[in-house]
Design a protein around this ligand. Structure first.
Ligand SMILES: CC(C)(COP(=O)(O)OP(=O)(O)OC[C@H]1O[C@@H](n2cnc3c(N)ncnc32)[C@H](O)[C@@H]1OP(=O)(O)O)[C@@H](O)C(=O)NCCC(=O)NCCS
Length: 194
Protein backbone atom coordinates (compact mmCIF):
# COMPACT_ATOMS: atom_id res chain seq x y z
CA UNK A 1 0.00 0.00 0.00
CA UNK A 2 1.31 3.46 -0.89
CA UNK A 3 2.06 5.14 2.42
CA UNK A 4 0.41 8.40 1.36
CA UNK A 5 -2.80 6.73 0.21
CA UNK A 6 -5.81 6.62 2.54
CA UNK A 7 -8.18 3.88 1.48
CA UNK A 8 -11.53 3.35 3.16
CA UNK A 9 -13.25 -0.01 2.74
CA UNK A 10 -16.95 -0.09 3.59
CA UNK A 11 -20.10 -2.01 2.66
CA UNK A 12 -21.68 -0.95 -0.62
CA UNK A 13 -24.67 1.33 -0.16
CA UNK A 14 -27.65 1.76 -2.54
CA UNK A 15 -26.24 5.02 -3.96
CA UNK A 16 -22.97 3.29 -4.96
CA UNK A 17 -24.49 1.15 -7.71
CA UNK A 18 -23.46 3.34 -10.67
CA UNK A 19 -19.95 3.90 -9.34
CA UNK A 20 -19.48 0.17 -8.76
CA UNK A 21 -20.62 -0.62 -12.30
CA UNK A 22 -18.18 1.97 -13.67
CA UNK A 23 -15.27 0.45 -11.72
CA UNK A 24 -16.15 -3.07 -12.89
CA UNK A 25 -16.54 -1.96 -16.53
CA UNK A 26 -13.23 -0.11 -16.51
CA UNK A 27 -11.31 -2.86 -14.67
CA UNK A 28 -12.46 -5.72 -16.89
CA UNK A 29 -12.22 -3.94 -20.25
CA UNK A 30 -13.63 -6.12 -23.05
CA UNK A 31 -15.24 -8.45 -20.47
CA UNK A 32 -16.65 -5.52 -18.51
CA UNK A 33 -20.30 -5.75 -19.60
CA UNK A 34 -20.51 -9.46 -18.86
CA UNK A 35 -18.91 -9.11 -15.43
CA UNK A 36 -20.95 -6.02 -14.51
CA UNK A 37 -24.11 -7.89 -15.51
CA UNK A 38 -22.99 -10.78 -13.26
CA UNK A 39 -22.70 -8.34 -10.35
CA UNK A 40 -26.25 -7.10 -10.98
CA UNK A 41 -27.66 -10.62 -11.41
CA UNK A 42 -26.10 -11.92 -8.18
CA UNK A 43 -27.60 -8.94 -6.39
CA UNK A 44 -31.03 -9.23 -8.00
CA UNK A 45 -31.42 -12.96 -7.36
CA UNK A 46 -30.43 -12.73 -3.69
CA UNK A 47 -27.15 -14.66 -4.03
CA UNK A 48 -24.97 -11.75 -2.95
CA UNK A 49 -23.86 -11.95 0.66
CA UNK A 50 -21.21 -9.20 0.87
CA UNK A 51 -20.35 -6.24 -1.33
CA UNK A 52 -17.53 -3.94 -0.30
CA UNK A 53 -16.25 -0.77 -1.94
CA UNK A 54 -12.88 0.92 -1.58
CA UNK A 55 -12.85 4.71 -1.57
CA UNK A 56 -10.00 7.16 -2.03
CA UNK A 57 -10.74 10.85 -1.53
CA UNK A 58 -14.46 10.05 -1.36
CA UNK A 59 -14.45 8.31 -4.76
CA UNK A 60 -15.26 4.63 -5.25
CA UNK A 61 -12.22 3.07 -6.94
CA UNK A 62 -12.50 -0.60 -5.98
CA UNK A 63 -15.12 -3.26 -5.40
CA UNK A 64 -15.34 -6.87 -4.28
CA UNK A 65 -18.36 -9.10 -4.03
CA UNK A 66 -18.99 -12.39 -2.18
CA UNK A 67 -21.88 -14.60 -3.22
CA UNK A 68 -23.25 -17.91 -2.02
CA UNK A 69 -22.47 -21.21 -3.68
CA UNK A 70 -22.23 -24.73 -2.28
CA UNK A 71 -19.93 -27.63 -1.59
CA UNK A 72 -21.72 -30.77 -2.70
CA UNK A 73 -20.68 -32.82 0.37
CA UNK A 74 -21.76 -36.44 0.86
CA UNK A 75 -24.01 -35.55 3.79
CA UNK A 76 -25.67 -32.41 2.35
CA UNK A 77 -25.07 -29.21 0.41
CA UNK A 78 -22.97 -26.77 2.43
CA UNK A 79 -23.29 -23.06 1.72
CA UNK A 80 -19.93 -21.40 1.07
CA UNK A 81 -18.85 -18.09 -0.46
CA UNK A 82 -17.29 -17.26 -3.81
CA UNK A 83 -15.23 -14.10 -4.25
CA UNK A 84 -16.07 -12.63 -7.65
CA UNK A 85 -15.50 -10.17 -9.09
CA UNK A 86 -12.61 -8.12 -7.67
CA UNK A 87 -12.12 -4.82 -9.46
CA UNK A 88 -9.83 -1.82 -9.05
CA UNK A 89 -10.11 1.23 -11.31
CA UNK A 90 -7.21 1.17 -13.81
CA UNK A 91 -5.79 4.50 -12.61
CA UNK A 92 -5.65 3.13 -9.05
CA UNK A 93 -4.16 -0.30 -9.76
CA UNK A 94 -0.81 -1.30 -8.30
CA UNK A 95 -1.32 0.83 -5.17
CA UNK A 96 -2.41 -1.91 -2.75
CA UNK A 97 -6.17 -1.42 -3.07
CA UNK A 98 -6.81 -4.92 -4.45
CA UNK A 99 -4.80 -6.41 -1.58
CA UNK A 100 -6.80 -4.36 0.95
CA UNK A 101 -10.09 -5.53 -0.59
CA UNK A 102 -9.01 -9.20 -0.57
CA UNK A 103 -8.07 -8.93 3.12
CA UNK A 104 -11.42 -7.29 3.95
CA UNK A 105 -13.27 -9.94 1.93
CA UNK A 106 -11.64 -12.80 3.86
CA UNK A 107 -12.48 -11.06 7.15
CA UNK A 108 -16.09 -10.58 6.02
CA UNK A 109 -16.39 -14.26 5.01
CA UNK A 110 -15.07 -15.34 8.41
CA UNK A 111 -17.45 -12.95 10.18
CA UNK A 112 -20.30 -14.47 8.11
CA UNK A 113 -19.29 -17.90 9.53
CA UNK A 114 -18.76 -19.25 5.99
CA UNK A 115 -16.81 -22.53 6.04
CA UNK A 116 -14.75 -21.55 3.01
CA UNK A 117 -14.17 -18.76 0.49
CA UNK A 118 -13.42 -19.88 -3.08
CA UNK A 119 -12.28 -17.99 -6.15
CA UNK A 120 -10.75 -18.33 -9.60
CA UNK A 121 -7.64 -16.31 -10.29
CA UNK A 122 -3.91 -15.98 -10.43
CA UNK A 123 -2.23 -18.24 -7.83
CA UNK A 124 0.62 -15.72 -7.67
CA UNK A 125 -1.66 -12.84 -6.70
CA UNK A 126 -4.08 -14.71 -4.43
CA UNK A 127 -1.54 -17.21 -3.08
CA UNK A 128 0.42 -14.30 -1.65
CA UNK A 129 -2.81 -13.08 -0.02
CA UNK A 130 -3.80 -16.18 1.95
CA UNK A 131 -5.42 -18.44 -0.65
CA UNK A 132 -4.27 -21.97 -1.42
CA UNK A 133 -5.02 -24.60 -4.03
CA UNK A 134 -8.59 -25.93 -3.74
CA UNK A 135 -7.44 -29.32 -5.03
CA UNK A 136 -4.76 -29.58 -2.34
CA UNK A 137 -7.55 -29.14 0.25
CA UNK A 138 -9.58 -31.93 -1.37
CA UNK A 139 -12.16 -29.79 -3.20
CA UNK A 140 -13.20 -30.44 -6.80
CA UNK A 141 -13.50 -27.72 -9.44
CA UNK A 142 -17.00 -26.91 -10.71
CA UNK A 143 -15.69 -27.01 -14.29
CA UNK A 144 -12.69 -28.55 -16.04
CA UNK A 145 -12.38 -25.20 -17.83
CA UNK A 146 -10.93 -23.71 -14.64
CA UNK A 147 -7.19 -24.39 -14.82
CA UNK A 148 -6.39 -26.38 -11.67
CA UNK A 149 -3.94 -23.77 -10.24
CA UNK A 150 -6.59 -21.05 -10.62
CA UNK A 151 -9.06 -22.89 -8.37
CA UNK A 152 -8.31 -21.50 -4.93
CA UNK A 153 -9.74 -21.41 -1.44
CA UNK A 154 -9.36 -20.03 2.06
CA UNK A 155 -10.67 -22.60 4.53
CA UNK A 156 -12.21 -20.76 7.51
CA UNK A 157 -12.88 -21.59 11.16
CA UNK A 158 -16.45 -22.74 10.52
CA UNK A 159 -15.22 -25.53 8.23
CA UNK A 160 -15.52 -29.14 9.41
CA UNK A 161 -13.70 -32.15 7.95
CA UNK A 162 -16.78 -33.68 6.31
CA UNK A 163 -17.43 -30.48 4.27
CA UNK A 164 -15.64 -31.65 1.17
CA UNK A 165 -16.61 -32.37 -2.43
CA UNK A 166 -17.23 -30.37 -5.60
CA UNK A 167 -17.90 -26.64 -5.56
CA UNK A 168 -21.28 -25.87 -7.16
CA UNK A 169 -21.66 -22.30 -8.36
CA UNK A 170 -24.99 -20.55 -8.02
CA UNK A 171 -26.98 -20.06 -11.22
CA UNK A 172 -25.94 -16.54 -12.23
CA UNK A 173 -22.32 -17.60 -12.76
CA UNK A 174 -23.52 -20.11 -15.37
CA UNK A 175 -26.12 -17.91 -17.06
CA UNK A 176 -23.53 -15.14 -17.46
CA UNK A 177 -20.84 -17.58 -18.62
CA UNK A 178 -18.48 -16.36 -15.88
CA UNK A 179 -16.94 -19.73 -14.96
CA UNK A 180 -13.48 -20.77 -16.11
CA UNK A 181 -12.03 -19.93 -19.47
CA UNK A 182 -13.02 -20.87 -23.01
CA UNK A 183 -10.97 -21.67 -26.07
CA UNK A 184 -8.86 -20.30 -27.62
CA UNK A 185 -7.68 -18.60 -24.38
CA UNK A 186 -7.96 -21.81 -22.35
CA UNK A 187 -5.98 -23.85 -24.88
CA UNK A 188 -3.36 -21.12 -25.10
CA UNK A 189 -2.89 -20.98 -21.31
CA UNK A 190 -2.72 -24.78 -21.05
CA UNK A 191 -0.07 -24.87 -23.75
CA UNK A 192 2.00 -22.26 -21.96
CA UNK A 193 1.65 -23.27 -18.30
CA UNK A 194 0.28 -26.81 -17.83
C1 LIG B 1 -6.23 -7.73 -10.10
C2 LIG B 1 -6.53 -6.40 -9.42
C3 LIG B 1 -7.85 -6.50 -8.66
C4 LIG B 1 -5.39 -6.11 -8.45
O1 LIG B 1 -5.68 -4.88 -7.78
P1 LIG B 1 -4.51 -3.86 -7.44
O2 LIG B 1 -5.06 -2.81 -6.57
O3 LIG B 1 -3.83 -3.46 -8.69
O4 LIG B 1 -3.55 -4.84 -6.61
P2 LIG B 1 -2.46 -4.45 -5.54
O5 LIG B 1 -1.91 -3.10 -5.85
O6 LIG B 1 -2.96 -4.69 -4.19
O7 LIG B 1 -1.40 -5.56 -5.84
C5 LIG B 1 -0.64 -5.46 -7.04
C6 LIG B 1 -0.38 -6.85 -7.52
O8 LIG B 1 -1.41 -7.24 -8.43
C7 LIG B 1 -0.82 -7.82 -9.57
N1 LIG B 1 -1.79 -7.73 -10.65
C8 LIG B 1 -2.23 -6.64 -11.27
N2 LIG B 1 -3.14 -7.00 -12.20
C9 LIG B 1 -3.28 -8.34 -12.13
C10 LIG B 1 -4.06 -9.30 -12.84
N3 LIG B 1 -4.90 -8.95 -13.82
N4 LIG B 1 -3.95 -10.61 -12.49
C11 LIG B 1 -3.11 -10.96 -11.50
N5 LIG B 1 -2.35 -10.11 -10.82
C12 LIG B 1 -2.42 -8.80 -11.14
C13 LIG B 1 0.44 -7.01 -9.73
O9 LIG B 1 1.36 -7.69 -10.53
C14 LIG B 1 0.94 -6.93 -8.28
O10 LIG B 1 1.55 -8.14 -7.91
P3 LIG B 1 2.67 -8.22 -6.77
O11 LIG B 1 2.06 -7.72 -5.49
O12 LIG B 1 3.00 -9.68 -6.70
O13 LIG B 1 3.77 -7.37 -7.26
C15 LIG B 1 -6.64 -5.22 -10.44
O14 LIG B 1 -5.44 -5.16 -11.17
C16 LIG B 1 -7.80 -5.34 -11.39
O15 LIG B 1 -8.89 -4.83 -11.12
N6 LIG B 1 -7.58 -6.00 -12.54
C17 LIG B 1 -8.60 -6.16 -13.55
C18 LIG B 1 -9.72 -7.06 -13.11
C19 LIG B 1 -9.21 -8.42 -12.65
O16 LIG B 1 -8.41 -9.07 -13.32
N7 LIG B 1 -9.72 -8.86 -11.47
C20 LIG B 1 -9.29 -10.09 -10.83
C21 LIG B 1 -9.98 -11.23 -11.44
S1 LIG B 1 -9.57 -12.71 -10.56
Amino acid sequence: MDKDLTVTVRPEEPGDQDAVRRVVLDAFGDDGERVADLVDALTADGSRRVSLVAEVDGKVCGHVQLSRSWIDARERLVEVLVLSPLSVAPDRQGQGIGTTLVRAAVEAAAADRAPALFLEGSPDFYGARGFESGASRGFLRPSVRIPEPAFQVVVLDAHEDWMTGALVYCEAFWTHDCIGLRDPLLADLEARFL
